[in-house]
Design a protein around this ligand. Structure first.
Ligand SMILES: NC(=O)c1ccc[n+]([C@@H]2O[C@H](COP(=O)([O-])OP(=O)(O)OC[C@H]3O[C@@H](n4cnc5c(N)ncnc54)[C@H](OP(=O)(O)O)[C@@H]3O)[C@@H](O)[C@H]2O)c1
Length: 135
């Protein structure tokens, strides 16, 4: 799902940086113009918005809260979109940690499966605070 979404961002001309636990899986996106980050921290350093699409809550823990996780690079204005299927508790924990750093998160579940991700036709159902309450 994530690689297909990233490919569509590249096709639309958005500067895109990618990170994956298994770095080799980023190679085709790099050939198509993406920049590869070595760690989630580096990913967040180079992005205003990170779209997370990993397997499960432990994968989100690794992405966000590990020593080289993206939380360390979160700053005011930074945004995190959670497209991974995780528990409400995980979503709230990530959101609270980001808010402590002046950043914020949106829950962004998608329907449309891999074809939708490939064709750029995913439908997102988002949850978060209205814009007026965000930094
Ligand atoms: N497939 C769908 O139709 C669909 C639709 C809506 C939502 N989703 C949700 O989107 C998420 C991704 O789904 P997918 O179909 O793209 O799954 P996938 O192809 O199995 O990809 C899973 C991704 O999670 C990474 N990952 C797994 N464990 C990790 C860990 N401990 N630390 C860091 N990264 C880890 C994997 O990295 P490696 O490459 O290193 O293994 C891979 O990049 C899931 O939460 C799924 O429920 C899927």
């Amino acid at each position: 799902m994530g690689s297909r979404m990233a490919r569509n961002l590249l096709r639309k001309g958005f500067p895109t940086t990618v990170w994956n636990r298994t770095p080799e899986r980023c190679e085709s996106l790099v050939k198509e113009g993406a920049r590869a980050a070595g760690t989630p921290f580096e990913l967040a350093e180079h992005a205003d918005v990170v779209v997370a699409c990993v397997a499960d809550p432990p994968a989100v823990e690794r992405l966000v809260f590990a020593e080289d996780g993206l939380l360390g690079a979160a700053r005011p204005g930074f945004r995190y979109l959670e497209c991974s299927t995780v528990s409400p508790e995980t979503t709230r924990r990530v959101q609270a940690a980001l808010r402590e750093r002046g950043a914020d998160a949106l829950e962004a579940l998608a329907t449309g499966s891999k074809n939708g991700a490939e064709n750029g036709t995913l439908l997102f159902m988002t949850g978060g605070d209205p814009p007026s309450t965000r930094s």
